[in-house]
Design a binder for this molecule. Sequence first.
Ligand code: FES
Length: 112
Amino acid sequence: MAFTRVCRADEVWEGDLAEFEVDGHTIVLVHPRDGELIAIQGECPHQSFPLSAGEFDGRRVLICNSHRWEFDVLTGRGINPDDCELARYPVKIEAGEVYVDVAGIEPRRVGV
Ligand code: FES
C-alpha cells in the first residue's frame, strides 16, 4: 500500500466530484450525498473521455458525457451497458486530508 495525499476532504463537497492526478493516474474523487468519498478511474472505459466532465446525480449514477454510458459509483459497475466497470482505488482520510492508493490498479478499458 502506498497512499498518496490528494486534497483536503472538504475540497469535494457532497454531491460533487473532482479530478486529480495521483502517482501518474488520473482519478476522480466522488462524494455521494450522505456517503463516503470514493476514488474511481478518471477516464471512461469506453473511449477515455474524462469522467469528471460527466453528469453525477449526487448519489450514485455517473453518466459519461461522450456517449452516455452510465456507471454506479458505489460499486464501480456499469449500468448501461452492464458489461463494463470502473477501477476503484482505496481511500483513507486522516486529519481532514484525503489519501488514495493507486498502486497495482489499472484503469478498466473496453475492447483493449
Ligand atoms: S467515452 Fe464514455 S461513453 Fe464513450
